[in-house]
Ligand binder design. Structure first.
Ligand code: FHN
Length: 605
């Protein structure tokens, strides 16, 4: 254990909870408080990815002979000529923005220039823009004016990397142009000139940067650009992708170093954080940012759950759709957005202007709060009784939003609530707790959980220091993160893990998933094997599934969801045995010493 504690002392830097903003070069340049508060209160925006690449059913990633199977390979000359056929004659800015508004979104971000370099506005600095297409309309101008007219906050996505521009050095898709012909200083001038256009002529409020990961753009560039923009217009909101390290979900430990006003987890719900602003950008389809008719659209339920768990975590949701080559919105995307808007029409008070918590999100619940009200969103009722961590403040009223009052049974440190099935709302039931005071004074607490959903019998006690939330860690639907060894994880030194889960009733099981950590720098390794056994009586168990895991060197600290496939079997008790490698391998710096096994969250499906 000393080794682990020693490493923890050395390797986890002190957290500098300063604001973001200009980064280490401009430490006094803080985000604009008013702009950020207004942005965070909006909670929901619509994102759009649109450009000539969609005529080949792809995005910038389809340009050239690239290594990715997710995008077709369009020869560079053909790709760079698509704009000559791009003629969205059915484009209608009024329809786009009124749909965004009816969706309940309060802000809007559109790709003005993606990695392929094509500009959807009339730029003075290039002919590779909308005015060179057969359509010859400055669509960005129309969208900006329409947002102004309809009271939707207008934002602009801009890719720093530009695989088309002759002065940008980065090359993609086997682009044969010699890097020596490029000139990054000249490209920076081009970029700054286009910033002037987007800010001064198109009145953007949000600079949503992307594509800063390539080495030609430096940390210094990111901080300088942030400073330049804020000097131009102090009200601007600028995301963290203006600088490096933008793909770190939780950049807490980099707060004082990098520039940016908010975090931008992508295609996932960001970690619970009511302190630092963050926004999850997600696609309305199963993957794919630009229009691609082959992609499945997500269900309304999934989108509502995503919105609730994002806002319940203290973040904004930026939901992306990809309009079609002819300028119309895909009718299915539009329908889904309007359905989401109808739900927000009735339930928006539990979303807009709220903070996340105090009950942290999990798979079937999340909470938001504002004024004297807590809104507990229950997304699913896998059992009758919901047990909620008791709060200190007195609850003066409790009712279903737009529904009946309900009773609370107080039990030691829990509040127990059961809502008759016929009173539960479809989509999700929102329980409102009114207190006598300000809900922001309430400490963040554990999530609400269902009684007897699965009381796990932990057969193997974890190490004292890494005992997470005890047995609850296995079934409270809260997932541990690699950056925090303490909160949720159960740690085992030199020994395996074993637990039996009581499903409370006999259920058909087809899959078991266990969360493990691979963090070899901290002596933490994945298990070498996992057995799953099932039983009807918690006495006689028989094997239901097994998986062997090859030991691989890894530099990263990651959470691994290990799935053990099961031939569907009915059982009430599920025993999971994760076999540790026991000793660190000979190639490891702790060769021969005891290896750790960290587990958390056993999901039985
Ligand atoms: O490569 C882009 C992708 O096309 C899309 O624009 C997303 C949206 O944030 N950003 C990059 C991938 O991380």
């Amino acid at each position: 254990m000393k080794r682990i504690l020693l490493l923890l002392a050395i390797t986890i830097p002190t957290l500098a909870f300063s604001q973001w903003g200009g980064g280490e070069k401009y430490p006094d340049l803080k985000p604009n408080k008013e702009s950020m508060e207004r942005f965070e209160k909006m909670r929901f925006g619509v994102f759009m990815h649109w450009g000539p690449s969609i005529m080949r059913g792809t995005s910038s990633w389809g340009r050239g002979n690239h290594p990715y199977d997710f995008a077709p390979r369009v020869p560079i000359n053909e790709f760079d000529s698509l704009y000559l056929q791009f003629n969205p004659v059915l484009f209608d800015a009024e329809d786009w923005i009124s749909t965004v508004k009816k969706a309940g979104a309060k802000y809007y971000v559109i790709t003005t220039k993606h990695h392929d370099g094509f500009c959807i506005w009339d730029s003075e600095y290039t002919d590779y823009d909308m005015m060179s297409t057969p359509y010859k309309v400055d669509v960005l101008k129309e969208l900006s004016e329409e947002c102004e007219k309809q009271g939707v906050l207008f934002g602009t996505y801009y890719s720093i990397c530009d695989w088309h521009h002759p002065d940008y050095p980065g090359r993609y898709g086997g682009d044969p142009r010699p890097r020596e012909n490029s000139n990054m200083d000249e490209y920076r001038k081009y970029l700054y000139n286009q910033m002037d256009e987007l800010v001064d002529k198109y009145n953007t409020n949000i600079l949503w940067f992307d594509g800063s990961w390539e080495s030609d753009w430096t940390h210094e560039d990111g901080m300088d650009l942030y400073k330049y923009l804020r000097d131009k217009n102090d009200d601007l909101i600028i995301n963290n992708r203006v600088d490096k390290k933008q793909n770190l979900k939780q950049r807490t430990e980099h707060l004082a170093k990098f520039a940016g006003d908010y975090k931008t987890p992508e295609q996932e719900i960001g970690e619970y954080d009511n302190e630092l602003p963050w926004e999850s950008c997600m696609t309305i389809t199963e993957g794919g940012w630009h229009f691609n008719p082959r992609l499945t659209i997500k269900s309304l339920q999934e989108l509502i759950n995503t919105l609730i768990q994002t806002v319940g975590g203290g973040g904004n949701l930026l939901l992306n759709i990809g309009p079609m080559p002819d300028g119309r919105m895909d009718m299915f995307h539009k329908k889904r957005l309007l359905e989401l808007g109808a739900w927000l029409e009735n339930n928006g008070e539990s979303i807009y202007e709220t903070d996340g918590g105090p009950f942290k999100p999990n798979e079937y619940s999340a909470s938001t709060r504002k004024g004297n009200k807590i809104y507990l969103h229950v997304l699913d009722w896998p059992a009758e009784k919901l047990s909620i961590p008791k709060i200190d403040q007195e609850i003066v009223k409790s009712y279903i939003l737009n529904g009946e009052e309900f009773e609370i049974k107080y039990k030691s440190d829990l509040m127990e609530v059961s809502i008759p099935e016929n009173h539960r709302k479809s989509r999700n039931t929102i329980l409102v707790f009114e207190i006598d005071g300000n809900v922001l004074d309430i400490e963040d607490t554990d999530p609400a959980v269902f009684m007897n959903l699965s009381s796990s019998v932990l057969l193997q006690e974890p190490a004292d220091k890494f005992s997470g939330n005890g047995a609850k860690s296995l079934t409270n639907k809260v997932e541990g993160v690699p950056s925090n060894l303490y909160e949720e994880w159960l740690g085992y030194e030199g020994i395996g893990f074993e637990a039996a889960i009581d499903l409370s009733t006999s259920k058909t099981i087809s899959k078991v998933i266990i969360g493990c950590m691979d963090n070899q720098d901290q002596w933490i390794f994945l298990p070498k094997k996992i057995d799953v056994l099932v039983s009807a009586d918690n006495e006689n168990f028989q094997s239901a599934g097994i998986i062997n895991i090859d030991l691989k060197k890894s530099k990263n600290a990651v959470r691994k969801e290990i799935e053990i496939p099961i031939n569907p079997v009915k059982a009430r008790y599920v025993k999971v045995i994760a076999h540790s490698i026991v000793n660190c391998p000979e190639w490891h710096k702790g060769a021969g010493g005891k290896a750790w096994l960290f587990v958390d969250e056993v999901k039985v499906q």
